[in-house]
Design a protein around this ligand. Structure first.
Ligand code: HEM
Length: 61
């Protein structure tokens, strides 16, 4: 007869693989960089001459 009892899921010793960890930390790094860039863009928002970074971003659209 078939046994339909749920199988025990092994959680001890389980871990995310390298790709998941790399993507996690890349996204964390991008988040920090975007926060910094946003802060910088706010600081220079009303300055008369656009910086090289803001011109570069404007070119993107
Ligand atoms: C500045 C951004 C972030 C920082 C500093 C950060 C930091 C961390 C740290 C320190 C851990 C614990 C790692 C460990 O137990 O070894 C963790 C776990 C985790 N993070 Fe982040 N994280 C960030 C962004 C994100 C984002 C954007 C997501 C999802 C979209 C995410 C999803 C997760 C998940 C699901 C775990 C649990 C991993 C586990 O169970 O072992 N994190 N994060």
């Amino acid at each position: 007869m078939n046994d339909f009892r749920p199988q025990a899921v092994p959680t001890i010793g389980w871990h995310y693989d390298r790709m998941a960890l790399a993507l996690h930390w890349i996204s964390a790094l991008l988040l920090v960089l975007m926060t910094g860039l946003g802060w910088y863009m706010m600081e220079i928002e009303h300055t008369p001459r656009p910086s090289r970074i803001s011109s570069c971003i404007s070119l993107w659209g």
